[in-house]
Design a protein around this ligand. Structure first.
Ligand code: XCC
Ligand code: SF4
Length: 600
């Protein structure tokens, strides 16, 4: 695969041409191609040691007797559970931090948005006329209960946020399924950890073999993410770090500086990245940078932790998933600092070819050839300082001849939390709803998810987005899609000009781009919330609204969880590449046909 076929991003194409001697994700994809066809179809099982088993025309059953329907469904459920575990473990860390701020145990963080705290508390049905820290403790307590409840009762967060029609729909579905099949099949999640654990339990050898029952457990687990863990992460992070406000930022590798110490933060949790941003602007750090001949410190993001600090602090973002190796290839990165998720283990080896320090920080994520600087929330200031000093010390080792920063940046308007969006709309959703009723806006599509080297980088993200806005469809989204759209210049006001006439009119009146950045992957919950608010306004169900979701370059198990909770919430979903389910006609039919009846 040549550089031209790998990406639509001019910064990457240019870099790949001069960096052919370094191995990247595309080279490793080439050497893994063709992929195992059993894996692609989802018909291999390694869930016990009588196997591994795979289903083909010749062998229709695993050693235990499991058929392709069971095996495909089990694999789907496992992937969803893993994705939910990632988002929800992220949420757990934020809930614990909020509790520690409330108790005074943690002095390195504070509550940046008391208004949001009150709003969340109110939503959860708590009495809000209380001292701030007392309220914070109660909100954190509700969050933690959603991880630990043993009663057969739905998540408090879910019940407090989901529109009543949707909640009723799920309850009826549970009842009807029981009536029709005489089998108990739950849909409402009870406890985030429990659904993940139960998904693992049910998919071990010899437990659940009914594809419908399995997939419904996948749905239940995904709902523990969308209306549980992810939503909690978004809401509690807004409380601690501030609710995003609309602002302009720069994107792409050109945000790296030729003269400053470049620190790239990659991963997902703003608990780390917010601290690094804060400490990097400390005069003492600036002074140390000047001492080694740098003109200052330049912090930029990659992937979702990049989205977090871009939304809240206006920090530039160097790129999305497929930029992580590219950033190191510029030869201008002093430190690549990572926490959890979407981090290629290949970064360690690549960083060794340059002066770049590849710094891992999380007790949950260690890497071969990384320099591990253990992050501790309680010593966040001190650890952040140590990380920044390590980056500063690497600056004099930068080899000027190796530096190749692509001269590409794009401006983007970002920061559309629902709160910011409603402010822009003049305090209510009325203008948006009126535009949808009049037909100026024909619908809303939420695009999410990753990059995947099997897809030309950013091609589907940007093409799909443009084709939709041309047809008067408002595009909102998160994650690596959002970075792709920002880099392609689609989040500027100028994009109004390539929109359909109706959408153009609305966006001009509101002074917004037709392509809306709603944050990181956990912030897909902002889209659910927006859908819920629209449904609530119209006293209808989410499935009655002209909403669609898409993950056109998806990679991670988290995207599988997101896709599932969108569908279960009443929003049809498009995925590319095809998920590994084609080995079971039963599962394919359930996911593409039967699901339409049950989510409507
Ligand atoms: Fe990861 Fe969230 Fe996917 Fe990007 S988009 S590759 S999950 S960083 Ni969520
Ligand atoms: Fe094979 Fe069944 Fe074991 Fe899976 S659970 S590896 S299908 S024997």
């Amino acid at each position: 695969m040549g550089a031209e076929e790998r990406s639509v991003d001019p910064a990457i194409k240019g870099l790949l041409k001069v960096s052919q001697s370094y191995e990247t994700v595309w080279d490793r994809l080439d050497s893994q191609t063709p992929h195992c066809k059993f894996g692609l179809q989802g018909v291999c099982c390694r869930n016990c040691i009588m196997g591994p088993c795979r289903i083909s025309q010749k062998t229709k059953f695993g050693v235990c007797g499991a058929n392709e329907d069971t095996i495909v469904a089990r694999n789907v459920v496992r992937a969803i559970a893993a994705g939910v575990a990632a988002h929800s473990d992220h949420a757990r860390a934020v809930a614990i931090l909020l509790a520690e701020i409330a108790s005074g145990e943690n002095q390195d963080y504070r509550i940046a948005d008391p208004e949001k705290l009150k709003a969340v508390a109110g939503r959860l049905g708590l009495e809000t006329q209380k001292e701030l820290l007392v309220l914070a403790k109660e909100v954190a307590g509700v969050a933690m209960e959603d991880f630990g409840r043993q009663a057969e009762e739905a998540l408090k967060f879910l019940k407090s946020y989901v529109p009543p029609q949707r909640l009723k729909r799920w309850q009826e579905l549970e009842k009807n399924l029981y009536k029709q099949t005489a089998k108990k099949m739950g849909i409402l999640p009870r406890n985030i950890d429990r659904e993940i654990a139960e998904s693992l339990h049910r998919t071990t050898m010899g437990v659940d073999h009914d594809p419908l029952s399995l997939l419904l457990q996948g749905v239940r687990t995904s709902l523990a993410d969308g209306w549980g863990g992810s939503l909690m992460a978004t809401e509690l992070q807004d409380i601690i770090f501030g609710t995003p406000r609309v602002r302009a930022i720069s994107t792409n590798l050109g945000v790296l500086s030729a003269d400053k110490v470049n620190i790239v933060i990659h991963g997902h949790e703003p608990i780390l990245s917010e601290k690094i941003v804060e400490m990097a602007s400390h005069p003492e750090m600036e002074r140390l940078a000047h001492e080694v001949g740098a003109e200052g410190i330049n912090v930029v993001g990659i992937c979702c932790t990049g989205n977090e600090i871009l939304m809240r602090q206006g920090v530039p973002v160097a790129g999305n998933e497929l930029h992580q190796e590219m950033a190191i290839l510029t030869g201008a990165v002093e430190a690549m600092v990572v926490d959890v998720q979407c981090i290629y283990p290949a970064l360690g080896k690549l960083a060794k070819c340059f002066h770049t320090k590849f710094i891992s920080t999380s007790d949950r994520a260690k890497f071969p050839e990384s320099l591990h600087i253990q992050f501790e929330e309680k010593n966040a200031d001190e650890v952040a300082r140590k990380i920044i000093e390590t980056a500063i010390k690497a600056f004099p080792l930068r080899n000027k001849n190796q530096v190749n920063i692509p001269n590409h940046t794009s401006e983007a308007i970002v920061g559309f939390s629902n709160e910011a969006l409603i402010d822009l709309l003049g305090g209510s959703l009325t203008p948006l709803i009126e535009a949808m009723i009049s037909g100026d806006i024909k619908g809303v599509v939420g695009i999410v998810g990753c990059n995947n080297p099997k897809v030309k980088h950013d091609y589907h993200h940007t093409t799909l987005t443009q084709e939709l806005i041309k047809r008067d469809i408002l595009v909102i989204g998160t994650g690596c899609w959002a970075i792709a759209a920002a880099k392609a210049g689609l989040m500027r006001l100028q994009t109004q000009e390539i929109s359909g006439p109706g959408l153009k009119k609305v966006c001009k009146a509101l002074k917004i781009p037709p392509v809306i950045h709603m944050g990181s992957c956990v912030d897909c919950s902002r889209m659910l919330n927006l859908a819920g608010a629209l449904a609530g306004y119209l006293k209808s169900d989410i499935s009655d609204l002209p909403l669609v979701g898409s993950a056109p370059e998806w990679t991670t198990e988290k995207a599988m969880a997101i896709g599932t909770y969108f569908i279960a919430s009443g929003i049809p979903v498009h995925l590319w590449p095809i998920p590994p389910v084609t080995g079971s006609q039963t599962v394919v039919k359930m996911l593409t046909e039967d699901i339409n009846q049950s989510t409507k």
